[in-house]
Design a protein around this ligand. Sequence first.
Ligand code: PGI
Length: 452
Amino acid sequence: MSPAPVFPEGFLWGAATAAHQIEGSPLADGAGPSIWTRFAHTPGMMLNGDTGDVACDHYHRWKDDVKLMRELGLKAYRFSVSWSRILPEGTGRVNQAGLDFYSNLVDELLANGIEPLLTLYHWDLPAALDDRGGWLNPDIADWFAEYARVLYRALDGRVKKWVTLNEPWVVTDGGYLHGALAPGHRSKFEAPIASHNLMRAHGAAVKAYREIGQHEIGLVVNIEPKYPASDSAQDAAAVRRAHAYMNEQYLHPALLGHYPPELKEIFGEAWPEWPAEDYDLIQQKLDFVGINYYTRSVTKAAESYPLNTGVVRQPLGTYTETGWEVFPQGLTDLLLWFKQTYGDLPVYITENGAAFFDPPTADVDETGQRRVRDPLRIDYLRKHLGAIHDAIQAGVDIRGYMLWSFLDNLEWSLGYSKRFGMVHVNYGTQERTPKDSARWYSQVIQSHGRKL
Ligand SMILES: OC[C@@H]1[C@@H](O)[C@H](O)[C@@H](O)c2[nH]c(CCc3ccccc3)c[n+]21
């Protein structure tokens, strides 16, 4: 029996959500529409025609939700701010009611001994800015810094851990290359521009923080290890492309000051040459990086756009409801790669979790208590926390873990069909029911990881 894992002193145990996925009431109290409100109300974009109009009604239920976080023993809570609640037109006029919502939420978290981690941008761009070109307009770096300054001035000190962007890769790949996510563009030429402007905006927001903020700021990326499907040269080259496109495309400019060369190979004529001052803007010193980990990809050379790669399904693999292979070892491998490539920058696991089938309504157990049994999720979480512990033992400076997600919520264009929550939401009644995984996670937190 291996000794109980010991996590570092101060390791931050939490859970994560995002504004548009849980809040509902996207236009309440003076808020402006975001591209996700626009996208969800565009016929055909969302599974079952689901929208974020109600979601988990967190906009009204936030106090009870924070109470539940405390009851479950969370030490931290990662959430995002909806830009268009703060600046309905994206720039200019501040909507005080929007600012008040997040200020009250932060105060409630602190009053319950829960540390807030605030994400400035988790995909819900103000529609008014999309009308001005959105991430394709280079001015967005200034727009984003203006928005960030409003929040820094209002919340810094109560919020001590800030994140600029959540997953620029998804924003670009989903929103501008393949079109599966808002704003639904499909352009090989737009994607690199959006991607670069996202990183310029990241840099501008960090630079602004250094003028105003007194605490910590970082970037959150989704990365996943790419393993070759065979030992052929073609598959090795495919791995190189896939790795550069997802794992290095954002971390390299942010931490090393240049893009990986494979991007020019992938995008060809669509890959612009950027001015040197852009790299200076992007490569602002960070206090941490957030890594969102879900799965790995066994990668082969294949006809595909624009990577010419394919993912090989593993016949003996276990897969989640979103079709992602359960592969905890990939998280250890990835964290070791991160340390080796970028050095000893502190890391938070800012998202990790899985969608497995959970019923739309909770069961009632023999004592009359509502209950949701989710053994597959417990197994997934236990193994990934074990993988994190292995990386810590190997010297990676991992400071915390934010389970995705605190609540079942709107899984973007998949609507409410996928449940990632440790807490079950009955969308008919809005009743919250901690799943078995939540009760298990409470024990893990209370034992500081020893009861994995
Ligand atoms: O898909 C589960 C979660 C989303 O609900 C979060 O909003 C988002 O931050 C997030 N990122 C990832 C990994 C990257 C990814 C996102 C969407 C689709 C495919 C891959 C998984 N998740």
